[in-house]
Design a protein around this ligand. Structure first.
Ligand code: SF4
Length: 437
């Protein structure tokens, strides 16, 4: 009789960085479980004997967090409390040689595309029948869907292409299969992610095919919301707005990092777009998709950013009244084109500029939230926290945007369900509501 061998090893996968890394960890966990490994994710329990750290190498702060995490586990290994320590992800892709020298306690380092090698090191097979299957680590009702890997752009500040390589789109059929599998497991909201969403299809189909992909995903039964993250503004395919307006499943939401508004800075950043073209694009989005929520991120403190250039950015943010906005401070990354420029903006000026932008945005956000009082929205409930059920409207993505709070002492909603909510109060970044019916 054939008996199944259960491994006694237990793996803890520790994920740092963005949602794209999370998806990689989810795939890794599925493969390990498919090989009979017991796997936990980001666990604080100390019973795992194998640790895999999936690192981030995006900017200074992220790199520091990744290195500190590796060092912590290297120490745990030295104490004899774990058997093996592996490191993968962006930081490891970018600085493998240095890390091998600096932190030799790690048993092996792997790059972003080396999952099969990592599995082989664990005596596990890379199972092709598990491609597209994922162990979801987000709440069961939403999941990220990575539609491509890498980026062909040449933004001068960005180290991502160094770590993630050239753009590779996943075929539409594969993504639809993945979406169907997620829907069968209760996922209602898909968050599409990529380094550069709008490039989708150019490598594979020789044309931009995001609209076709969106239509195909919107047809998947059970998927009620599809949300778009990380669109590049230059040569934006405007048909995306038409699909968004036509299909109720595509959220009226666009995450489009703009980085700056001063033409001279945009030029130095090699963003291939001007402020005038950006304004036209945002106007077009608002015309074609009334009520669209636009999320953007700005980058302050780029080499040579003068006070005048920064003021231009402030005016732009003030004028455009984005629904959501975040700010990064420039991080001087070796091997990028901007590394040849002098990182001449002092850290305190970068921080002060970031704060000034966020102060402008805070007022805008508060005003927009106050306008919502008295209105009713469809809300998807993510979690219960303290005395509140916490959910989001179509205008808000998980973890980065506004939330809707409903008093859990007097009302009830099942997590993962949609409900109609009337907004009764607002703060800068949150809404308070009552469930109707
Ligand atoms: S489009 Fe985004 S990921 Fe690509 S190089 Fe520019 S900033 Fe980096």
């Amino acid at each position: 009789m054939k008996t199944k061998t259960i491994r006694r090893d237990k793996v803890n996968v520790v994920t740092l960085g963005c949602s794209k890394n999370l998806v990689d960890s989810e795939n890794m966990i599925t493969q390990l479980r498919g090989n009979d490994y017991e796997v936990v994710h980001d666990s604080n329990d100390e019973d795992a004997n194998i640790i895999i750290v999936n690192t981030c190498g995006f900017i200074d702060l992220a790199k520091e967090e990744s290195v500190n995490t590796i060092l912590e586990y290297a120490e745990v290994k030295k104490q004899g409390d774990i058997d093996k320590l592996y490191v993968t992800g962006c930081l490891s892709q970018r600085y493998k040689d240095d890390l091998e020298q600096e932190i030799p306690e790690v048993d092996a380092y792997f790059g972003t595309l080396e999952l099969p090698a990592l599995l082989s090191r664990l005596n596990a097979d890379y199972k092709h029948d598990l491609i597209g299957e994922r162990s979801i680590m987000t709440p069961f009702h939403y999941a990220y869907l990575k539609i491509s890997e890498g980026c062909n752009r040449t933004c001068s500040f960005c180290a991502i292409p160094l770590m993630r390589g050239k753009h590779i789109s996943k075929p539409i059929e594969e993504l639809v299969k993945e979406a169907k599998s997620l829907a069968r497991r209760g996922v209602k909201e898909l968050m599409l992610i990529a380094q550069e969403l709008t490039y989708y299809g150019l490598d594979l189909y020789k044309k931009r095919e995001l609209p076709r992909l969106l239509n195909a995903l919107a047809d998947v039964e059970g998927i009620e919301w599809i949300r778009l993250h990380y669109a590049y503004p230059s040569k934006f395919p405007l048909e995306i707005f038409d699909v968004m307006a036509e299909r109720k499943e595509i959220c009226n939401y666009l995450d489009i990092p703009l980085q700056h508004a001063s033409n001279s800075v945009l030029d130095r950043m090699r963003r291939q777009i001007t402020q005038e073209e950006t304004r036209e694009l945002i106007q077009e989005a608002r015309k074609r998709v009334p009520g669209i929520a636009i999320r953007t991120t700005m980058l302050v403190g780029f080499p040579g950013e003068t006070e005048e250039e920064f003021e231009e950015l402030c005016e732009f943010v003030q004028d455009m009244e984005f629904e959501r906005l975040g700010v990064f401070q420039y991080s001087h990354e070796e091997d990028t084109r901007a590394y040849d420029l002098e990182d001449d903006i002092p850290a305190e000026v970068k921080a002060e500029r970031a704060n000034r932008i966020m102060e402008i945005q805070q007022d805008i956000s508060y005003r927009k939230n106050l306008d919502k009082i008295g209105q009713t929205f469809k809300v998807l409930f993510d979690r219960k926290e303290g005395e509140y059920f916490v959910g989001r409207t179509e205008s808000d993505s998980a973890e980065v945007d506004n939330e809707v709070l409903v008093d859990a002492k007097t009302q009830y909603v099942r997590l993962g369900d949609f409900a109609e909510v009337k907004i009764i109060d607002a703060s800068e970044y949150d809404l308070f509501g009552e469930i109707l019916g």
